[in-house]
Design a protein around this ligand. Sequence first.
Ligand SMILES: O=c1ccn([C@@H]2O[C@H](COP(=O)(O)O)[C@@H](O)[C@H]2O)c(=O)[nH]1
Length: 232
Amino acid sequence: MTKPIIALDFKDMEAVRIFLKPFNESLFVKVGMELYLQNGPDIIKEIRNQGHEIFLDLKLHDIPNTVGQAMKGLGNLDIQMVNVHAAGGSIMMQRALEGLRDSGSTASLVAVTQLTSTSELMMQQEQNIQSSINDSILNYATLAQKSGLDGVVCSANESAMIRDALGASFLKVTPGIRTPEDAKGDQVRIATPEFAKLNGATHIVVGRSITQDTNPVAKYHQIKKAWETDVK
Ligand SMILES: O=c1ccn([C@@H]2O[C@H](COP(=O)(O)O)[C@@H](O)[C@H]2O)c(=O)[nH]1
């Protein structure tokens, strides 16, 4: 069972240090654009030195050569998971994977399908995709699998569909996790940890529900328990 991934959406390492200090255990954390782009690769070294696993969530999306070369560089960091946008296309995803493996990295490479902040209506009107959001997500997930990637980022509302179509071992990394008492914020396609578990998610990503709680350690353990408990 994978640990819930905590999204460290903080502005600097000092804020990360303060957040991580009360946790007396090894965690799986996510470093995203806010933290990485303002602090650079040193942040990865320090978090790894504290014994935590890292999902580097930079969502690369550019022409294949640029993404391939960038991935080659990121592969030199000691990270366990990294991602691209599936909308960049199959050639871009293949070059990303080649770049990552050329660097010797064994990190999982996953592709974002539709952001969990996107509704079906937004997708249809703003991206001009005239299918259901589930069809779009399954299309991107299928493309990612054919491109050799390890899995996708989707919401837990789509993880059962992807599991049934593409297999249980294809990773379904699911942000947009909320407990019933949490604020939805800018997320649209949300689910509880229990729902994610029941519906084939392989990983859950939780940010503000933990980081902005008055007792982050207790909230993390509440979510971890809900995620790990077997549901019949
Ligand atoms: O589709 C996606 C892809 C990535 N994310 C990231 O996950 C966390 C979620 O944070 P919350 O505070 O729990 O909403 C955040 O870092 C996003 O960049 C996502 O939400 N949806």
